[in-house]
Ligand binder design. Structure first.
Ligand SMILES: O=P(O)(O)OP(=O)(O)OP(=O)(O)OC[C@H]1O[C@@H](n2cnc3c(O)ncnc32)[C@H](O)[C@@H]1O
Ligand SMILES: [Mg+2]
Length: 201
């Protein structure tokens, strides 16, 4: 049985990653950052999701010697020219708070009419092997930002986001399976799962 490290500090994101990988990866043990010796995690200072995902995965490999998967993701709002984008996690400043991020986003969009509230989530998943091989895949989920928070599932901006596939529910109101089926993260991880199996074989 081979082992892969999933390098995320976001417990809810990690939970999504673990369950999607578990469904699509057999005989691979997935460990998290809490299961390995602590190490200095990199500042996510890259301009792209791909760049940050690679940074996090390479740091995991360097510190642990384990093949490492990392996700970098965010919400891109058309009326904000694609922001918060790679800055999504700390959009309202440190310390990271989903609640303050959502309040700020609502305030920024208060005068933006319904027809201009299009947005999409993006996610880059990087897989880095200690032998130097690297793969990055991306996923995307399209929808819009609503005017008040709704729902208690998911994390981050899910309470404000309605995906095109389920126009009456926020992604925080979807079942886990429904979110995974359409999410940026679900798409990227389902694409990378067979490549993880190949790389570890
Ligand atoms: O870097 P790690 O440790 O993995 O955890 P993080 O939360 O900092 O993750 P990112 O740097 O990739 O930032 C992603 C942010 O984008 C938002 N986000 C990403 N995917 C999301 C999703 O599925 N639902 C809601 N918000 C999401 C949310 O605010 C996240 O904190
Ligand atoms: Mg982060």
């Amino acid at each position: 049985m081979s082992t892969v490290l999933v390098a995320s500090r976001n417990a809810k994101k990690l939970e999504e990653m673990r369950r999607i990988l578990a469904e699509h990866l057999e005989s691979v043990e997935v460990v998290g950052l809490d299961d390995v010796e602590p190490f200095d995690e990199p500042v996510e200072d890259q301009p792209t999701f791909e760049g940050n995902a690679l940074l996090k995965a390479r740091a995991g490999v360097a510190a642990t010697g384990l093949p490492t998967i990392a996700d970098d993701s965010g919400l891109c709002v058309e009326a904000l020219n694609g922001m918060p984008g790679v800055l999504s996690a700390r959009w309202s400043g440190p310390p990271k708070s989903d609640e303050r991020n959502n309040e700020l986003l609502l305030a920024q969009l208060s005068d933006v009419p319904d027809e201009r509230r299009r947005a999409h989530f993006r996610c880059a998943v990087a897989l880095v092997h200690p032998d130097g091989r690297e793969i990055v895949v991306e996923g995307r989920m399209d929808g819009r930002v609503i005017r008040e928070v709704r729902g208690s599932g998911g994390f981050g901006y899910d309470v404000l986001f309605v995906a095109d596939e389920f126009p009456d529910l926020t992604t925080a109101e979807l079942s886990r399976d429904a979110k995974d089926a359409i999410s940026h993260r679900g798409k990227a991880l389902r694409e990378i799962a067979p490549l993880v199996a190949q790389m570890l074989a």
